[in-house]
Unconditional design. Sequence first.
Length: 240
Amino acid sequence: MTLQLESTETDKPLSELRLQIGEPVRVDIRSPRARFTSKLLGYSENNGIMISAPSLKNGVSSSINEGNIASLRLISGNRICNFSCKILKLHDQPFGYWVLEYPQQVDQKRIREHTRVSVRLSCSMDDHDEMAEREGLPASALCIDISMGGACLQLPQALGNVGDYFYLTTRLKIGDIDQVLLVPVELRNVHSTSVESGSVYNHGFKFFDLDEDTRLIIAAFVYQQFLIETGNLDHFGQEL
């Protein structure tokens, strides 16, 4: 099923989004190349916004300077919001934070949690209980669709019973960045279906207990796949 996003609103100011302090923000800088997750620290309407500086462990280039352009992506409720702005000031005292130019416009798209995008992702499934010794785990699986709320995986046999908990591990490629995803999931349904090679079992899983960074990564991947499906990005997640 194609991801359903409502029409873009390009003239809604940042102040009307009711953003929460501490919201995760995905930051992308093209030159010098850098991508990391930050947090919203605050904003002053028409003056600027503040985000936390990247930590050293993110491996972000030290050559980023004031005047560089940063593209920011964040989730506000059920909206994905994107805007670009200039870095005004880089501070490291009393803690690391950046001051960015206040955006005059924010591109927004509504995203619905239950709609899914088609994918073909190799996954590994393991028991949620590390002490358990469930037969057949870990197991390889193929993810055939994914949404912000869950995923559908195909396996040659039923993995368990409805209500069972597992860990799902896969690798998501967002643009030219690889992200390893490890998420807890609950089995909500399972049924047999026919494919060219015979029969497989489709498993419907629901994500739960996601931290904000993981939620943002999944949303960014789902949104990217939508843009690929609609011809706005190539199959590598790059602009056409």
